[in-house]
Write a protein that binds this ligand. Structure first.
Ligand code: ANZ
Ligand code: ZN
Length: 836
């Protein structure tokens, strides 16, 4: 039959691949190509983003395998996290059963798609065999000084008596707005009343002791390293740069006096500024409510104490430019002037030094604060060429005047008057001890504590006598107990889990009931794939040195910051601990674009996912690969899906008819050579496209070669060898994108062995000369891929005149179309030839 029965074909080849174990990577492999797609969160079903993601890694790893590489292409499950707990809560089941069911289903879906994974390396993060290494690594980081235990402000539901992740905070307008279906906790709601997603009680804030990884220790290296990540999209690097937020500036020390018991205490307060040249414009000093000075001042001043308390409970966007004046006075380090000292909520505790010098003349936020608290505005910089704002040249700025935030010439700045701001900035820092060059980062430490059940238990025990004590390595893993349904953290409700003995003194102690952020799991999972069954270490260090980095990592750009930053951090930390040589995990990163449907993101929640039933799974992969460059968004249209399906049908029919037709022609005709060379040219072009992940262009080349071969056969019967080679080439070239079809064609055309294991076709001629040759033909004739045009060519003499001997063959085939067009073409041809 010449009808392509996709369901049967898919099933059959999947069975054969599994039987032959074609995707298993030999543990002795020297330096395999490591191709990784971001492992899926176990949400229940694959969505179109997954399909696209994994179609890309699958096509690329198949291509590399056919090129002769060993390939590591593994798959696993990001299986911990809040959504499983929510699903269990709603469905009256437990997170483990729910997650296991999801994994079964999703694995089946991946298998239906025919993706070629080395399933012997499958990892699942919610298994103790995996998460024990989270605990082990936590301990190593702790020993290296990279773990801190500190108070932090969290969302708190007073009714459920539990901490809420940002994703568990809903807005009141929405009816029972469940948390997002993502694995991350980042999607905070911003407008409206913030209420608990379960009971709709307004959410408050609370300070709790929490565990942190001090990623900020690596801020400089994380920033610096981005420049060298040439295989990463610039967009992602830029997002990371902004997130790390490196800022150069200066630290300026102010003496603060007049506080404490008898208002006689004094001490230095450092501020951080990006604009030290505005120092003469400082009219007040402000510290954050969490600043040490604020706490000290609150002891003696009820207004300050009350303000600090109010801000602590407020949402950041409620704080505005509120503030309270204190009894203290700051001495300006250059003028000796006395400046008022405020505690102000807009000054952030963990930015810079947690204190600012207020420069209302040149900073918008300071200006707003000054307006609200009637503070003087001092102008110390004027734009070059004069100030064209609606103020006269005096210092009388009105309340409405905006701050001048640009560069310019200094005034009202003593000996620095008249200098350009950039120069003044350098001089000021050089001239005064109170000013010192400084760098700050926006990056915060990584809060890994989650007050919920479905995660890795933090391997710590709290003892009244010994403080917090790490669980000894031999007692790992600290296993999750059975799930209990409760409003708060199920681990707290588990007495037998909670109550334990201190590993140090043997006295009664409480187990830590926080679990780890699931981003810990995904920070090093790429290492576990190297040696997934290793029982005495998280990964094989020697293999890691040989096999890393990940050669190609593909995933959605929603991970541009968190996951990709954390995994870079982990890699560096592990290197410093001595577990790894490499300091960067990923050589080439690809962020795949979105699949749109009627202009919207295709997603299961919107009900617009097209299931692959109708045209077969392979049509879906072939379509998502051929629709656009992997990094581009594209629209899902039934027509184009149909196009991918038709291509499969066509190729299948061509192979079938050729095989069924019996003896083909054996004597050579002139145009056979043209076709033979087009086969080579296509091979060279497709190879290059695969190397650059331009599957869509590879697909176009394949389509065109198929069309040429079809015309070739119809014209006067193809030469047997040429046609068979053409068809086999097509089978091999399409196999990475459409492996089932590839096998089917390969098999029909009696290729040796399996297509997945076949050698990649090699052009028999030098491909670069073809490309020129073809350009030449196209410039002269337009599209001559049509075999009829080629075969009909006569009168080649005129072109031979200008074409070098190596082009003679091609020239002999150029036709005598309109003379003027040809003349143009010949000029063009001449210039092409000249450049050779
Ligand atoms: C004085 C100054 C004068 C500043 C001036 C800017 C302009 P941006 O504004 O994003 O470049 N800053 C420092 N620490 C802060 C904290 N803990 N909370 C809030 N703001 C803080 O960031 C740099 C500026 O942010 C710093 O430079 C400081 O204000 C403010 F004409 O200092 B500047
Ligand atoms: Zn103890």
């Amino acid at each position: 039959t010449s009808h392509y029965d996709h369901a049967q074909v898919q099933e059959f080849w999947q069975y054969v691949w599994e039987r032959e174990d074609v995707y298993a990577l030999d543990a002795d492999a020297d330096d395999p190509t490591y191709v990784l797609g971001m492992f899926p969160y176990t949400s229940g079903t694959l969505h179109m983003g997954h399909v696209r993601n994994y179609a890309i890694t699958d096509a690329y790893s198949r291509y590399r395998r056919m090129r002769g590489d060993d390939v590591l292409h593994p798959m696993g499950w990001d299986a911990f996290g809040l959504p499983a707990e929510n699903a269990a809560f709603e469905r009256k089941t437990d997170p483990r059963s729910w997650t296991e069911a999801c994994i079964r289903r999703m694995r089946e879906e991946l298998e239906t798609m025919g993706f070629g994974y080395d399933w012997s390396r499958e990892i699942t993060t919610c298994e103790p065999e995996y998460y024990r290494w989270n605990q082990w690594l936590f301990k190593r980081l702790y020993e290296a000084g990279l773990v801190e235990y500190e108070a932090a402000t969290v969302n708190w539901c007073p009714d459920c008596e539990t901490v809420l992740a940002d994703a568990q905070v809903a807005e009141r307008e929405d009816e029972r707005n469940g948390p997002s279906d993502q694995g991350s906790d980042e999607a905070a709601s911003s407008d409206g009343d913030r209420v608990c997603w379960r009971c709709e009680t307004p959410v408050g804030r609370r300070e709790l002791d929490q565990w942190f990884f001090t990623i900020t220790d690596y801020a400089e290296e994380l920033h610096e390293g981005l420049d060298e990540l040439e295989g990463w999209p610039e967009g992602v690097r830029e997002i990371q740069r902004n997130w790390i937020g490196r800022q150069e500036g200066a630290r300026i020390t102010f003496d603060v006096t007049g506080y404490g018991d008898d208002t006689e205490e004094s001490g230095p307060v450092d501020v951080f500024t990006t604009r030290p040249e505005t120092v003469y414009g400082a009219t007040y000093l402000a510290v954050s409510p969490g600043h040490e000075l604020a706490r000290t001042l609150a002891d003696d001043n009820d207004d300050v104490a009350e303000y600090v308390e109010t801000v602590r409970e407020q949402d950041p966007d409620e704080v505005g430019f509120s503030g309270v004046e204190t009894d203290a006075t700051a001495i300006h380090p250059l003028t000796g002037e006395e400046l008022p000292v405020y505690v102000a909520g807009y000054v952030l505790e963990d930015v810079g030094t947690g204190a600012v010098m207020g420069v209302p003349g040149h900073n918008e936020r300071d200006r707003s604060f000054a307006r609200e608290h009637d503070l003087p505005v001092e102008r110390v910089i004027v734009p070059e060429g004069g100030d064209d704002r609606t103020v006269d040249s005096s210092d009388d700025e009105t309340d409405e005047t905006p701050a001048y935030t640009g560069e310019g010439i200094l005034e009202n700045s003593g000996e620095y008057d008249g200098l350009a701001s950039e120069i003044a900035s350098e001089r000021l820092v050089a001239d005064h001890d109170a000013l010192a060059e400084d760098v700050t980062y926006r990056l915060r430490d990584w809060l890994i504590s989650r007050q919920r059940y479905w995660g890795t238990p933090i391997p710590v025990v709290h003892c009244d006598d010994c403080g917090h004590v790490l669980v000894p390595d031999e007692e790992l893993p600290v296993e999750l107990p059975e799930f209990v349904r409760t409003t708060g953290n199920p681990l707290e409700a588990h007495e037998s889990f909670r109550e334990t003995t201190c590993p140090d003194c043997g006295g009664p102690a409480r187990r830590e009931t926080d679990t780890m952020d699931t981003f810990v799991d995904s920070s090093w999972y790429y290492l576990r794939f190297l040696s997934p069954d290793l029982a005495d270490a998280p990964f094989d260090a020697e293999l890691a040195d040989d096999w890393l980095p990940i050669d190609v990592y593909v995933g959605g750009d929603e991970h541009a910051i968190l996951h990709l930053l954390y995994t870079r951090f982990f890699t560096k930390a592990l290197a410093d601990i001595g577990l790894l040589e490499r300091r960067e995990p990923i050589r080439e990163l690809m962020s795949q674009g979105t699949v749109l449907y009627d202009g919207e993101k295709m997603s299961s929640s919107k009900g617009n996912v097209v299931t692959p039933e109708e045209y077969g799974a392979e049509t879906t992969r072939l379509f998502v690969l051929s629709a656009a460059h992997p990094e581009q968004d594209f629209e899902w249209t039934a027509n184009n899906v149909r196009g991918a399906y038709d291509l499969q049908q066509t190729l299948y029919r061509m192979a079938t008819e050729f095989v069924d037709e019996g003896t083909p022609r054996v004597e050579r005709r002139e145009h056979d050579d043209y076709v033979a060379r087009e086969i080579d040219r296509t091979t060279a072009a497709v190879t290059e496209e695969y190397d650059r992940f331009r599957f869509h262009r590879a697909a176009t080349e394949i389509r065109e070669l198929a069309r040429l071969l079809r015309r070739y056969r119809e014209y006067d019967g193809p030469h047997g060898d040429v046609y068979r080679r053409g068809m086999r080439t097509l089978a091999a070239l399409i196999a990475p994108m459409a492996p089932h079809l590839g096998e089917e064609l390969w098999n029909k055309l009696r290729g040796e062995g399996l297509a997945v294991e076949a050698d990649w076709p090699e052009p028999t001629h030098d491909a670069s000369s073809y490309r020129l040759e073809r350009q030449l033909v196209e410039r002269t004739l337009g599209d001559v891929r049509d075999i009829v045009d080629v075969a009909a060519i006569d009168e080649p003499e005129r072109i031979e005149l200008v074409v070098a001997p190596e082009w003679k063959y091609r020239a002999a085939h150029l036709t005598n179309r309109s003379a003027s067009a040809e003349a143009d073409g010949i000029d063009d041809v001449g210039s092409v030839v000249d450049r050779v």
